[in-house]
Design a protein around this ligand. Structure first.
Ligand SMILES: CC(=O)N[C@H]1[C@@H](OP(=O)(O)OP(=O)(O)OC[C@H]2O[C@@H](n3ccc(=O)[nH]c3=O)[C@H](O)[C@@H]2O)O[C@H](CO)[C@@H](O)[C@@H]1O
Ligand SMILES: C=C(OP(=O)(O)O)C(=O)O
Length: 420
């Protein structure tokens, strides 16, 4: 297992190009199942979840051609309607093949995604919505087994806001007969990106980006070309890093409008933020100020940024109260941040972070994707060496993170398994 070694204390200076968004690319890759024509995607991030999604699509018979950050997919010769456990267990977003397979082929068998470290994460709302559209769904031997002659439009109100739930139902509804209304829909920018691709493919969708999405089903979709939106979480992660270390970084190929709540909190923490049409500059020349926050659905503060902003707070002047409202078990980075010298207490969904003047490098373990990112940020600001173990979590969702950080002055290197 690879590790990262970081020698902290370097200020970050320079440019970083932000990659395409993992959480937009994953549903969009699955949307290729909705047509027999080519789907040509650009700005696809290079990371492990994308490889897993491509393996899953290949297993279903989708042909893919990759060239740099572009992938062309063709689902004209599907050979299987089953997403096996081996692939689904490594990536929960695999459940996103359910809606498209059912809508186009009337059948799908998808392994139930395993309980992941950050919470239980059931898929009951995906199932409830597809049933409302007329699908017959059974849970058999750990698989969701779904059939439908043709899905029928319905008004669906999910019990809570769910991002992949909204995406699955959206992809099912575009080929259903009649009108579907998704109420209490997720409003995340990644939903908008998916809807924009589907519209290019001939889907009739309105209201995406609001809590009520209206879809008029069509008989057939066609090919399209689309560039994946920039990754707002990668953007926010690098801004937290410069907030913790100090310095001046220019993030290119990003979109400030997709991360306003994060930018607001970073500004309160003392980071000087300037935005242009496709760039954000973050400058920091002081000790950060503590900033309290609660995670919420978009446009609220994203749970996927909670760990990173906690790392910044660990070094801040003052005490921050952080409330995690989306996942029941998303504080696993706390124990590791404490190993670096942070002063954090948790009580249920609330963490109290009393900023310290310095962190000291130590050996720590990554427990999930954003927890790993928080340890990188803390390690960059800590005195001495930090070794982060189990960085396969980081590789799931960050595109060559250590290279991007090294290019702006961080002392960070990957220790490959064989060199350990
Ligand atoms: C690939 C992807 O886009 N992942 C993102 C997506 O995950 P994901 O789509 O899995 O997260 P959801 O929005 O579905 O989850 C929100 C909450 O609803 C619960 N829930 C969800 C569905 C369901 O059927 N039943 C149920 O109880 C979940 O356990 C969680 O407590 O949104 C999360 C919330 O912004 C982000 O942290 C993830 O990075
Ligand atoms: C939790 C995340 O991803 P996933 O839903 O793929 O586990 C994330 O991107 O932070």
């Amino acid at each position: 297992m690879d590790k990262l070694r970081i020698t902290g204390g370097q200020k970050l200076h320079g440019d970083i190009t932000i990659s395409g968004a993992k959480n937009a690319a994953l549903p969009i890759l699955c949307a290729s199942l909705l047509t027999a024509d080519d789907i040509q995607l650009h700005n696809v991030p290079r990371l492990r979840d994308i490889d897993t999604a491509c393996q899953l699509l290949a297993q279903l018979g989708v042909r893919a051609h990759t060239e740099g950050e572009s992938i062309t997919l063709n689902a004209s010769a599907i050979t299987s309607l089953e997403a096996p456990y081996e692939l689904v267990k490594t990536m929960r977003a695999s459940i996103l093949v359910l809606g498209p397979l059912l809508a186009r082929f009337g059948k799908a068998r998808v392994s139930l995604p395993g309980g992941c470290a950050i919470g239980q994460r059931p898929v009951d709302q995906h199932i409830k919505g597809l049933r409302a559209m007329g699908a017959d769904i059974e849970l058999e031997h750990g698989f969701v087994v779904a059939t439908a002659s043709r899905l029928k439009g319905a008004t669906i109100r999910t019990d809570m806001v769910t991002v992949t739930g909204t995406e699955n139902l959206l992809m099912a509804a575009v080929l259903a007969e009649g009108e579907t209304i998704l109420e209490n829909a997720a409003q995340e920018p990644e939903i908008v990106d998916l809807a924009e691709l589907l519209i290019k493919m001939g889907a009739k969708i309105s209201g995406h980006g609001t809590e009520r999405i209206v879809i008029q089903g069509v008989d057939k979709l066609h090919g399209a070309t689309h560039a994946i939106m920039p990754d707002r979480i990668e953007t926010g992660t690098f801004l937290c890093a410069v907030g913790a270390t100090g310095g001046d970084i220019l993030l290119r190929n990003t979109a400030a409008s997709t991360l306003q709540s994060t930018l607001d909190k970073l500004t309160k923490a003392g980071v000087n933020i300037e935005c242009g049409p496709d760039w954000i500059r973050g400058r920091m020349d002081q000790r950060p100020q503590s900033v309290s926050f609660s995670t919420a659905e978009h446009p609220g503060f994203p749970t996927d940024m909670q760990a990173q902003l906690m790392a910044l707070n660990a070094l801040a002047n003052g005490t921050a109260i952080i409330v995690e409202n989306i996942f029941e078990n998303r504080f696993m980075h706390v124990q590791e941040l404490i190993r670096l010298g942070a002063k954090i207490e948790t009580d249920g969904h609330t963490a109290r972070v009393k900023g310290v003047e310095k962190l000291l490098g130590a050996r720590v373990m990554a427990t999930d994707l954003r927890a790993s990112a928080s340890l990188v940020i803390a390690g960059l600001a800590a005195q001495g060496d930090t070794i982060i173990d189990r960085i396969y979590h980081l590789d799931r969702g960050y595109d060559r993170m250590e290279n991007k950080l090294a290019a702006v002055g961080a002392q960070i290197e990957r220790l490959h398994q064989e060199s350990l």
